[in-house]
Design a binder for this molecule. Structure first.
Ligand code: DUT
Ligand code: MG
Length: 593
């Protein structure tokens, strides 16, 4: 129930619309109750030959048994020609009210859904790297798209019926008694008996729905994985294998959906049969004591009474399904970002004078320490190369600077202050990152370069591209800088992508630069261009470069050697080569000297 009330809390801002909708529903209910009255009028008219004569309402057998003081109601008489108009009038008014209330409620529901989706997306982007390192892009997509749609059914249509149908029941109860007398109890006794199986089945459905949503998330994860790694799948002839994996997940979804169908379709006949039992009781009684017109109205009333029960059982199913789905949405919304601004955080402004690692250790959520007691200080405009075997912790080390992760022990300082004192955005604004696997967005070259500084002028963007030796190949694209990357087959080579990334970093012009050069696969021509672009980028900045290239290492002011998370050596190329040890071994291996 906590989940549904959290879902309902999203309705608060729409109180006005909701109130209007509920008023319309009241109007609907009143018009709806008149249906049994019209049935009475029709049959009364038939009996009295073209005239409707109401003069004996209190004089039926059961009223007399109650020994009420005589009600002195005036007798009413009018022509039956009025009745057909009344029928149309009742349904017209009822229809208008229904339209107005359903429209308002649905709009509210859609607004709620939009709000949840916006909130979810914004929340997800705020979450830290540790959340994303669990990697399940498909699952996140599925929750934002698919689960939210399931919730939608629960807050639009279901919400209408959830308010409307109980109102109808409430209005029908006195009418059932009015037409049927005390024996109406027999017919109503079945009412609580219907609720029991409905609530039981509803709870089952909620659990099943959660399973369904989980499996559907697995489907999107499977698709996301296969399609983003499609070249690997094809290269290893694994299409059939992936297809079978997909079919297995899809079969699971099917099985759960089948179980849901059993409940959702079984409910209606169940309620109908129980309703029929009640109505049969009413007929058994009514046939003997009630005059025809009253009896017909009584029956109509009972049918009108059981109709909302049927609808409510269906609504219950829908609501349970959306509760099942919203559980998974709130699960995401409950995640808190690991990296947050401190309440008293300050903006990082001005020059960067020093970057200091002070006894920094790092352990990821699972597993032991990947960095141990790293200690060093870098002055402004120094170029620091970080070398080490694969898995030594180089990427982990540089990822601490923009606070993708926080150290588990020790402190990182910029200008002598703990990094965590700075406002995260102001810190990241000072840091540029270029990695080998450049991510490009599906937009124009302009916007890709200006990413992070969308207000940059066209001249600035072109300037940056020129400095990154990217201008030439960009000009050669179908529509130059306006070319949309990834559209109509426009893809770029590794070296071109990297030069775009360099242009991006040049435009940002950060005082601190991180270069994570994973082993380069570039051909010599573009490697030379990328190398020149990088040299330009590195000038006059504090640079942390994870180095694989000999030239980068030789240009560095200092080389840090990492081995199994420890900083084992530090110095220049010459001093380190003389020292021997890990660096000498790495150097010989890498450059075959
Ligand atoms: N590691 C994790 N979780 C992560 C990232 C890395 O557990 O999210 C582990 C893997 C590895 C260690 O941390 O055992 C160091 O990884 P890192 O990526 O820092 O190593 P590297 O020096 O950058 O290796 P490479 O040269 O292969 O990029
Ligand atoms: Mg790495």
């Amino acid at each position: 129930m906590g989940i549904y009330s959290r879902l309902l809390s999203y309705l608060k801002p729409h109180r006005g619309r909701l109130l209007f909708a509920v008023l319309c529903m009241l109007g609907y209910t009143v018009a709806h109750s008149l249906v049994s009255v019209t049935v009475f009028l029709v049959l009364n008219g038939i009996q009295n030959q073209d005239r409707v004569v109401i003069d004996d309402l209190p004089k039926v057998s059961w009223f007399e048994k109650l020994h009420l003081p005589a009600l002195d109601l005036p007798s009413i008489e009018f022509s039956t020609t009025f009745v057909p108009f009344m029928v149309v009038g009742v349904f017209l008014v009822r229809g208008l009210f229904e339209y107005a209330s359903r429209y308002q409620m649905s709009i509210v529901g859609l607004r709620v859904i939009r709000r949840i989706r916006d909130q979810l997306y914004a929340h997800l982007t705020r979450l830290s790297m540790n959340f994303y390192s669990k990697g399940r892009t498909g699952d996140l997509m599925s929750r934002t798209v698919q689960d939210v749609s399931v919730v939608q059914a629960g807050v639009t249509d279901a919400l209408v019926d959830l308010v409307k149908e109980p109102l109808v029941i409430l209005f029908q109860i006195p009418l059932v008694f009015f037409w049927g007398g005390p024996f109406a109890f027999i017919a109503l006794i079945v009412f609580p008996a219907v609720l029991l199986p409905i609530s039981f089945l509803g709870r089952r459905l909620r659990t099943i729905q959660r399973k369904i949503q989980e499996q559907i998330a697995d489907i999107s994860s499977q698709m996301q994985e296969t399609f983003s790694g499609i070249n690997v799948v094809k290269a290893f002839n694994m299409e059939q294998y992936e297809v079978r994996k997909f079919e297995a997940i899809n079969r699971k979804v099917f099985n759960f959906l089948k179980r849901a169908v059993v409940i959702t379709t079984g409910q209606r006949p169940l309620v109908e049969v129980m309703g029929a039992v009640a109505i049969a009781c009413a007929i058994w009684y009514g046939i003997r004591v009630l005059p025809l017109d009253r009896f017909a109205s009584f029956l109509t009333c009972l049918f009108l009474f059981y109709e909302p029960l049927k609808k409510l059982s269906k609504v219950n199913a829908t609501i349970q399904q959306s509760v099942g789905a919203s559980y998974r949405i709130f699960e995401l919304l409950n995640e808190t970002p690991q990296i947050q601004n401190r309440p008293d955080s300050i903006t990082l402004e001005g020059q960067i004078d020093s970057v200091e690692f002070s006894k920094v250790s790092l352990a990821y959520e699972r597993g032991g320490e990947v960095l141990r007691e790293i200690d060093f200080l870098v002055r402004a405009d120094e170029i620091v190369a970080i070398v080490g075997t694969s898995g030594a912790g180089k990427t982990s080390l540089v990822n601490l600077l923009p606070r993708f992760y926080d150290p588990t022990k020790g402190v990182l300082k910029i200008n002598g202050f703990d990094l965590r004192n700075y406002e995260v955005h102001s810190l990241r604004a000072k840091i540029g990152i270029v990695t080998q696997d450049t991510f490009l967005f599906n937009t124009t070259v302009y916007e890709n370069i200006a990413y992070g500084r969308l207000e940059a002028s066209v001249e600035e963007i072109k300037e940056a591209a020129k400095a990154a030796f990217a201008d030439e190949f960009i000009q050669a694209l179908p529509t130059g800088y306006g070319t949309v990357i990834g559209e109509r087959g426009v893809t770029l080579s590794g070296g071109q992508r990297q030069r775009l990334a360099i242009a991006r970093a040049l435009l940002k012009n950060p005082p601190i630069l991180i270069l994570d050069e994973a082993t380069s696969q570039l051909d010599t021509e573009s490697e030379r261009e990328v190398q020149r672009a990088l040299e330009r980028l590195m000038a006059n900045r504090t640079v942390f470069v994870i180095a694989h290239r000999l030239s980068t290492i030789q240009n560095a002011d200092r080389i840090l050697v990492l081995d199994q998370g420890r900083l084992v050596q530090s110095g220049t190329n010459e001093t380190l080569l003389k020292e021997g040890g890990v660096y000498k071994r790495l150097y010989d291996l890498q450059f075959n000297v």
